[in-house]
Design a protein around this ligand. Structure first.
Ligand code: FPP
Ligand code: ZN
Length: 365
């Protein structure tokens, strides 16, 4: 079979450009509505802010107070009477943006339970009602009131309610039964709906849902681990499904899945590190999907989360390797661990935020 892959150049970046990334992310967060790019991405503005804020937090960078206030005001102006939240003002509410808004508010440590209308950015009861209204009789979730069903929406609903501490509002057992209908016995991975092709982005959504619900025992972790490990190509990068090119965002979808099922060490760490580093732009800062392409905040977040998982969660004997071989061009993982904060593999937020809130996730070993 012809393997689709790319080749890394010898002069690809090998160090992490922290300051440049922070500058790139801050510029994105400060961008005003009148720029061309900002108009182009308006339909996913709320996601864009979540990607940017999370990446800055993982890079241990403080967020200026006026940016924080501006973002909180934006979320206020994106909430709808039905409790859902939209990507931008005057857009329709959707669970994808509702989760991003909740993640941002939780990261900002905003008091969501405040009874003072001045303080309360969203009406939690209404938002919970919105999420409840998306669940169907078979346990699945629509993304909005147009009716598309996808396990992405199941994950967004479950993760939102877990962050709001209101998981009891939905029929969680039925939601998980639907997730298990999307499980493909043949490779151990998941598709977007029953009998759909396995995809690692959707596998992350299903594992995240199972982890929050404490139901990971229902999968064959070894079979899934094999399929996920096979996503690594000779370039070191990961693809989303067989015969696809590597893409940096799969350093999140695949690695977080492996981390949840306790099999992160089934991929080659140094090769993936080299691929991730090569996706940086050493002039503008930021990461792109593949070396040499245009950078964006989505791939910048997932470059940083990939590095976070590899440096905080992947335990191996690389220190022994160091002594035995001439490994001068190896990427210094100890240094990365000091610079990049630990990410939570289910919520894709600072791990300490999730721990501090007392939210527990299930992990396999
Ligand atoms: C790949 O999409 C990724 C997915 C299908 C998963 C998306 C997951 C969510 C929206 C849940 C929320 C996520 C987080 C991190 C909290 P793609 O369209 O790029 O797939 P392709 O590579 O096959 O085109
Ligand atoms: Zn991508």
């Amino acid at each position: 079979m012809l393997l689709r892959d790319i080749e890394l150049k010898d002069d690809s970046p090998k160090e992490f450009f922290l300051d440049k990334h922070v500058k790139f992310l801050n510029n994105y967060a400060k961008n005003k509505d009148n720029s061309y790019e900002q108009i182009m991405v308006e339909y996913l503005k709320m996601n864009g802010i979540y990607w940017t804020i999370t990446a800055l937090k993982l890079a241990d960078s403080s967020i200026e107070n006026d940016i924080r206030q501006e973002i909180i005001e934006l979320i206020r102006s994106c909430k709808h009477p039905n409790g859902g939240i939209s990507a931008a003002p005057r857009h329709d509410p959707h669970i994808l943006y509702t989760l991003s808004a909740i993640q941002i508010l939780v990261s900002f440590d905003v008091n969501l339970e405040s009874s003072n209308p001045e303080e309360s950015v969203i009406d939690v009861n209404k938002t919970v009602e919105f999420i409840m209204s998306l669940q169907n009789d078979d346990g699945s979730f629509n993304g909005d009131h147009w009716g598309e069903v996808d396990v992405r929406f199941t994950f967004c609903s479950i993760a939102s309610l877990a962050l709001l501490k209101r998981l009891d509002a939905i029929d969680l057992d039925r939601a998980i039964d639907f997730v298990m209908k999307c499980y493909n016995q043949i490779d151990g991975a998941f598709g977007c709906r029953p009998n759909s092709e396995s995809h690692s982005g959707l596998t992350y959504c299903c594992l995240g849902s199972l982890s929050i619900a404490g139901q990971l025992h229902r999968i064959d972790a070894d079979r899934l681990g094999w399929w996920l490990a096979e996503r690594q190509l000779p370039s070191g990068g990961l693809n989303g499904r067989p015969e696809k090119l590597p893409d940096l965002c799969y350093s999140w979808w695949v690695l977080s899945s492996l981390a949840i099922i306790g099999r992160l060490h089934w991929i080659n760490k140094q090769k993936l590190l080299c691929f991730i580093m090569a996706c940086q732009d050493n002039e503008t800062g930021g990461f792109s999907d593949r070396p040499g392409n245009m950078v964006d905040p989505f791939h910048t977040l997932f470059g940083i989360t990939g590095l976070s998982l590899l440096s905080h969660e992947y335990f191996d004997d690389s220190t022994i390797d160091h002594k035995q071989n001439d490994q001068d061009d190896r990427i210094d993982i100890e240094k990365l661990r000091k610079i990049i904060q630990k990410v939570n593999p289910v919520f894709c937020m600072l791990d300490q935020t999730i721990t501090k809130m007392g939210i527990r996730i299930q992990r396999l070993s």
